[in-house]
Design a protein around this ligand. Structure first.
Ligand code: TPP
Length: 296
């Protein structure tokens, strides 16, 4: 059985492996790790069902790994190897899978999620979009919130508020706050620390049930981004202090065994995927999800 701790540590070691592969020149493109933010998707994922649609962003590996038990498919996607989730077309930021879509374009997902929520309205399923605090600078976010409230859409917006957008501290870019902005549209807002998973779920379970009935909700988590924005672009000082908080995890019961399990798993996934041939993208994929007009 996979526990919450197993999932947290899988995400953590997966992300570290990516940074390591980049440092060795074995990955192309870019990547944005969610180190320090893993608790959010791990806490939220079990509240979502198979008919729900998840919309992720540029920092989405944790969102994917919390929803699907598929580190090899994701790494193959990022490395463009056989067995990739969507044939290596999307890479780190643009993943398409049944009920799951991510985009590297800030703010793009929310109107799309609102559209999916409109489609799902009345079915008991919902659309869940993960966005960062910096993405509240995109106007499309407000158009989506407006329609979500007006049309009673089953839309759940999960905000990972890490206080920084690339290199810009949130306080330099955001007037007011997220709660006030939600209130302007009559959208419910709840702020939670990204701490104890059981407490998060206890608060969110009834709220998510009401989202399914057409009452949109924004959940704002306070998190620490422990890594750089992408690979080496961290302009902050004092980030190492944040790692102290991260090390507190190691006091959790069963940590040492779970940590070894996750590390072993990630190491074997890296070995396996690196040995695979390149994906077939460019040689004519027959994957129907990639055909024009196909529905995810
Ligand atoms: C429309 C658009 N503008 C700019 C970028 C470049 N960019 C990528 S991530 C990012 C910052 C995002 O900040 P936030 O939403 O807070 O998420 P975080 O990276 O902190 O998780 C920026 C400016 C982009 N991807 N899309």
């Amino acid at each position: 059985m996979t526990t919450d701790l197993d999932r947290l540590l899988l995400i953590r070691h997966f992300e570290r492996a990516l940074l390591d592969l980049f440092a060795k020149g074995e990955l192309n493109g870019t990547t944005h790790t969610c180190l320090g933010q893993e608790i959010v998707p791990v806490a939220v994922a079990p509240l979502l069902g198979p008919r729900d649609h998840v919309f992720s962003n540029h920092r989405g590996h944790g969102h994917y790994l919390a929803r699907f038990d598929d580190p090899a498919g994701l790494l193959a996607e990022i490395m463009g190897r056989e067995g990739a989730v969507c044939d290596g077309v999307g890479g780190s930021q643009h993943i398409l899978r049944e009920g799951y879509l991510s985009t590297g374009v800030q703010g793009e997902s929310l109107p799309v999620a609102a559209g999916a929520a409109l489609h799902l309205r009345g079915s008991g399923a919902l659309a869940c979009a993960y966005i960062g605090d910096g993405t509240w600078g995109e106007g499309a976010v407000y158009e989506a919130l407006n329609l979500a409230a007006l049309w009673s859409l089953p839309l759940l917006v999960v905000v990972e508020h890490n206080g920084i957008a690339q290199t810009t501290p949130t306080a330099m870019a955001m007037s007011g706050n997220i709660g006030m902005r939600c209130a302007a549209f009559g959208v419910r807002h709840v702020a939670l620390p990204a701490g104890d998973i059981a407490s998060i779920r206890a608060v969110l379970t009834p709220l998510v049930a009401s989202v399914r009935d057409g009452s949109p909700l924004v959940v704002e988590f306070s998190v620490n981004r422990l890594g750089p924005h992408s690979k080496g672009d961290d302009t902050r000082s004092g980030v190492s202090d944040l790692w102290d908080w991260y090390r507190e995890m190691s006091d959790l019961p069963g940590f040492a065994e779970a940590d070894t399990r996750a590390l072993d798993l990630v190491e074997s996934v890296v070995r396996d995927v690196k040995a695979r041939p390149l994906s077939t993208w460019g040689q004519g994929s027959s994957d129907p999800r990639l055909l024009h007009g196909a529905k995810p």
